[in-house]
Design a protein around this ligand. Structure first.
Ligand SMILES: Nc1ncnc2c1ncn2[C@@H]1O[C@H](COP(=O)(O)OP(=O)(O)OP(=O)(O)O)[C@@H](O)[C@H]1O
Ligand SMILES: [Mg+2]
Length: 395
């Protein structure tokens, strides 16, 4: 028995450091967010020059990097400030877990004192203690209020009002509190009047969904950090990016790396294959369901079958030429007359807009340009099985 366990523990792994794919790891650099970091830095510049506290609201859809950006910015700003002799502290409050003023204040205080008692102090007392701490440390404090909308809806604006009021009271004292509020929507509308007036000058930093190029950068960085050399071939980085692009979600992209790596490892392979990515995607976003396939018009089903058969062999992308050849064969197999080229094109276009396939123009490297086809989130093998069943009338 011990040899089995030892084998599993010590056998080769694709992962060099799987922890680099964990949800709370914040890398050194955030590819695709350089401009946003620069914008924040410009806004917070006064902090290093003895100027006023700054507040900002970071918004954007799921997985657009709001949490990572806020943390990375504070981490690096703190280090830079230190090199300039300025003391900046920051702490991060997850308002989903801490949705009352008291719970949030407690989190902020434990930043300064790990053993701060978790009961026994009123909110007013905790605010007073926090003020003394900051005074003593001569520190600028930046509080990240992540998912702040949850706190605002549940407990109102008191925390935000009270923390920002510090700055008016501190006078010439060398401390202040800046807020980075994070929310998927514009949370300013949830602030009450008193808080809104202190927040007039708040900047908003909207993060957009990532496009395929940006996701490629993010994926490339993580592959480097987490996988052994050659365990995650480079053309798969592109496939993973294209698979995640419709969602624009970096978390989903990183999940694809983790899951596909796991699948390859489970199969005792030393590298990830396209099918692993498609299977990982099928686990995460099961978009291509049986019901949707059954509703496909017959020639579109045959077109999709052709694509699945090309991709089943291990390629990340199919060209239209390959797909059309396979389509003609599939038509023969199922007793249909193959439609002409122009019509085949409309099948591809329709399959694309229905979300069954992704298409894009090929870049350099291929003679001329062609259209490259990939599957969003279903292993080609599984798709082929399902389609053959449907076309034979078994389902
Ligand atoms: N530009 C980037 N470079 C590298 N990693 C990134 C980048 N943007 C996001 N990530 C990673 O993607 C994952 C999701 O990002 P993050 O948690 O910041 O998203 P979010 O916008 O806060 O999403 P949610 O609205 O769900 O809270 C994290 O693992 C994060 O480290
Ligand atoms: Mg977040």
């Amino acid at each position: 028995m011990r040899d089995i366990i030892a084998g599993e523990m010590e056998g080769p792994s694709l992962f060099k450091d799987a922890g680099k794919l964990s949800y709370d790891y914040v890398p050194d650099r955030l590819p695709g967010r350089e401009e946003e970091i620069a914008k924040l830095a410009r806004q917070f510049r006064p902090l290093l020059q003895g100027g006023a506290a700054q507040h900002v609201l970071v918004t954007g859809p799921v997985g657009s990097g709001k949490t990572a950006l806020s943390r990375a910015f504070c981490r690096d700003l703190k280090a830079h400030a230190r090199s300039q002799g300025v003391n900046i502290e920051y702490t991060d409050v997850n308002c989903r877990r801490r949705s009352t003023e008291g719970a949030a204040l407690l989190k902020i205080l434990t930043h300064f004192d790990e053993r701060f008692p978790d009961r026994g102090f009123s909110n007013a007392e905790m605010l007073e203690i926090l003020k003394k701490r900051l005074e003593r440390a001569e520190a600028h404090l930046i509080v990240i209020l992540d998912e702040v909308d949850i706190l605002l809806k549940k407990s109102g604006s008191d925390l935000i009002y009270n923390l920002t009021r510090f700055n008016e009271e501190s006078g010439k004292a060398k401390f202040s509190v800046s807020l980075i509020m994070v929310s998927q929507q514009d949370a300013r509308t949830l602030l009450d009047e008193a808080a809104q007036s202190t927040f007039k000058r708040t900047g908003v930093l909207p993060l957009e969904r990532y496009d395929a190029e940006q996701l490629k950068g993010i994926i490339h960085q993580r592959v480097d950090l987490a996988f052994h050399k050659n365990a995650f071939p480079e053309d798969l980085e592109e496939l993973a990016a294209d698979t995640a692009a419709p969602y624009g979600d970096a978390r989903y992209a990183i999940e694809l790396l983790q899951k596909s790596g796991q699948l390859a490892e489970d199969a005792s392979r030393d590298h990830v294959e396209p099918e692993d990515i498609r299977a990982a995607a099928a686990e995460s976003h099961p978009f291509v369901t049986e019901t949707k396939l059954v509703e496909l018009e017959r020639h579109k089903a045959l077109t999709l079958l052709a694509i699945a058969r090309v991709l089943k062999k291990g390629a990340a992308f199919a060209t239209t030429g390959e797909a059309e050849e396979r389509y003609a064969l599939a038509c023969e197999e199922f007793g249909e007359k193959a439609r002409a080229h122009t019509q085949f094109w409309t099948f591809l276009k329709d399959l694309d807009s229905l979300g069954f396939i992704h298409t894009k123009r090929s870049g350099k490297g291929v003679v001329g340009t062609t259209t490259l086809i990939s599957l969003p989130d279903i292993p080609a093998r599984v798709l082929e099985e399902k389609l053959v069943g449907i076309l034979k009338g078994e389902t």
